[in-house]
Design a protein around this ligand. Structure first.
Ligand code: G3H
Length: 254
C-alpha cells in the first residue's frame, strides 16, 4: 500500500471517484494497452474485491470479454466460495467461445472451487423463439438465479471495437455509428452522455436489473478505453470501477 501511495495510484483513485461520482475506484499500475499483464493485475484487484463482498449464498454474475477472462485466470480457491454460485450475466453476444460469458463463468468457478450454472441459449433468436425459450423450465431456472445475483462483474469496451469483434450485422452497425455510440457493456451500447443507443437482444440481466444489483464491479483499462469508461459511468454511479493507470490518466485529463 505504501508503494501505491508512492506511485500516486491512491491520488488517481480519489480524483476519479470524485470526478465520475462513483462508489469506489481501484487503479492498478501500468497500461493494459501496452502490457498484457496489467489486465491480470486488474483481475487480481477484482478477485480481492469479490472476496470482501461475499456473504453466505452469494450469486455472482459475470460477463464475457478478455478482461473478464483475466479476472477468471486470477481467481484462487477459498473456503468462502463453497456457497457461491457463478452464472453468466446474459446470453450470447456474438463473441468467440473464449470471450463468452459461459466460458468465463465456468473457468472462474473452477478456479474458485465454487459452483456454476450456464445458459444454453443461441445468440440470435427470433422474437417468437425468444419468448418460448425463456419459458423453458431449465432456462427459466437459470434466468431466475441470474436475476437473484447480488454481485455483477462486467467489462466495458469501446463501441466500435466491440461491434466489429462481434461481427455485428451491417444495419445494426449503422445504427451504432449513426447514434455515436462510444461505449459497450453487456451488450448495451452507450453514447458519450451514457444514454443507451442500441442493445443486443439476449436473455439474462438487463440494464434495469444491473441498476438494482447490490454490488456492481466494472473492470476496464487501457488508455484507449478512457472515453468508453467515462461515457458508461455516467449512468452507473453506484458501481465500483477497477481500472489501470493508462485509462486513469486519460480520465482525469480535461
Ligand atoms: O464484453 C466485453 C467488454 O465490454 C469488453 O471486452 O474486456 O475484451 O475489452 P474486453
Amino acid at each position: 500500500d505504501m508503494m501505491r501511495e508512492v506511485l500516486g495510484l491512491k491520488e488517481l483513485e480519489k480524483k476519479i471517484k470524485n470526478r465520475l461520482q462513483l462508489r469506489d475506484v481501484i487503479v492498478v499500475a501500468g497500461d493494459s494497452d501496452q502490457s498484457p499483464w496489467v489486465k491480470k493485475e486488474m483481475g487480481r484487484a477484482c478477485v480481492a474485491r469479490i472476496k470482501e463482498l461475499l456473504e453466505g449464498n452469494t450469486i455472482v454474475a459475470v460477463t464475457g470479454g478478455t478482461t473478464l477472462a483475466a479476472v477468471a485466470e486470477m481467481m484462487t480457491p477459498d473456503s468462502k466460495y463453497r456457497d457461491v454460485l457463478f452464472v453468466p450475466a446474459r446470453g450470447g453476444l456474438g463473441e468467440d467461445v473464449k470471450n463468452q460469458a459461459n466460458t468465463i463463468c465456468a473457468r472462474m468457478a473452477e478456479k474458485a472451487m465454487g459452483r456454476y450454472r450456464l445458459l444454453h441459449v443461441p445468440d440470435q433468436l427470433s422474437h417468437e423463439t425468444y419468448q418460448s425459450i425463456i419459458e423453458e423450465p431449465a432456462i427459466k431456472e437459470v434466468l431466475d438465479l441470474i436475476k437473484a445475483s447480488s454481485i455483477v462483474i462486467h467489462g466495458i469496451g469501446d463501441a466500435k471495437t466491440m461491434a466489429e469483434r462481434r461481427k455485428t450485422a451491417p444495419e445494426e452497425m449503422e445504427k451504432i455509428e449513426k447514434n455515436r455510440a462510444v461505449a459497450e457493456a453487456f451488450g448495451y451500447y452507450f453514447d458519450q452522455e451514457g444514454k443507451v443507443v442500441h442493445k443486443v437482444n439476449t436473455v439474462g440481466i438487463q440494464l434495469e436489473d444491473v441498476q438494482k444489483v447490490k454490488h456492481v464491479i466494472a473492470v476496464a483499462g487501457g488508455a484507449s478505453k478512457a472515453k468508453a469508461i467515462k461515457a458508461y459511468m455516467k449512468q452507473a454511479h453506484h458501481s465500483v470501477l477497477i481500472t489501470d493507470e493508462g485509462a486513469a490518466k486519460e480520465l482525469i485529463r480535461d
